[in-house]
Design a protein around this ligand. Structure first.
Ligand SMILES: C[S@@+](CC[C@H](N)C(=O)[O-])C[C@H]1O[C@@H](n2cnc3c(N)ncnc32)[C@H](O)[C@@H]1O
Length: 236
């Protein structure tokens, strides 16, 4: 007889669940460190191990990619999932000069839908206001990804190279977006994560996605800063 009827009947599984949860976390963390180790010394930029991780380094990663991939003068689609005050979308708009480029930002502008690490639900809220960027190549889609992304992506022409910037922090939001963009990604497109080292969230979402679609695509490592907090990949 299998053991599970006994565990269910006695509710002993609850105790085992409680006791084994930390091991699950440790396992995910070691999986993340394996990713770090495999890609160590690779990429156009990689500061591992960097004792002085800092916010400005994320711009350095994006700028390095723009230069190395020569995408400042080409028409691109830059899609950002998680915009908040718009620091990074503003940066891309200022660096890419092609008139046919498209910059599209998705956000509830009501902050995180769930707590994430030490941030509470609602963190990053901007009272529903979208950033002000005076450039007609830029637009925003306001609302929860689950209500907006699928429909909005249908109207985009994905023939230009696309840069997908995933900065929604949460496992749920990131995984949802990855599966939504899946049907539109193509070789040479770039995916950038902003909180990759949040290993139970963005990293885990990527791992889950990669396992599901991994045979169709290769995700070539392009670089990382702030000890793999920000990571860039290219579809091959
Ligand atoms: C870290 S902030 C984005 C920062 C921004 N990319 C930058 O560079 O300054 C994360 C954002 O993701 C948004 N977000 C997370 N999950 C979401 C979801 N499911 N739907 C809509 N917005 C979401 C939050 O509202 C928040 O503004």
């Amino acid at each position: 007889m299998p053991i599970h009827p006994l565990l269910v009947k006695t509710k002993l599984y609850k105790l085992i669940l409680f006791l084994t949860k930390p091991f699950n976390k440790v396992y995910t963390y070691m999986t993340f460190l394996d990713y770090v180790s495999v890609n160590r010394n690779h990429g156009f930029i990689n500061d591992y191990y960097n004792k002085k991780a800092n916010y400005k380094n994320r711009f350095q990663l994006h700028e390095t990619l723009q230069q190395k991939m020569e995408i400042t003068q080409k028409p691109i689609n830059y899609l950002e999932f998680g915009v908040a005050e718009g620091d990074m979308i503003k940066f891309w708009v200022s660096k890419n000069i092609h008139k046919d480029s498209l910059f599209l930002g998705f956000d509830s502008f009501e902050g995180l839908p769930e707590s994430w690490e030490n941030k509470k639900r609602g963190h990053f809220a901007s009272a529903g206001n979208t950033p002000v960027i005076s450039d007609n190549r830029v637009s925003f889609v306001k609302g929860w990804f689950q209500d907006t992304v699928c429909m909005s992506l249908k109207s985009i022409d994905f023939s230009n190279q696309s840069v997908f910037h995933l900065d929604a922090d949460l496992f749920s939001s990131t995984l949802y977006v990855l599966f939504q963009i899946h049907q539109y990604i193509k070789k040479e497109d770039i995916i950038i994560f902003d909180e990759f080292s949040s290993f139970e969230h963005e990293f885990m979402a990527f791992e889950t996605f990669r396992k599901c679609v991994g045979k169709a695509w290769k995700f070539q490592f392009l670089g990382a800063v702030n000890n793999y907090k920000q990571v860039a990949l290219q579809i091959k």
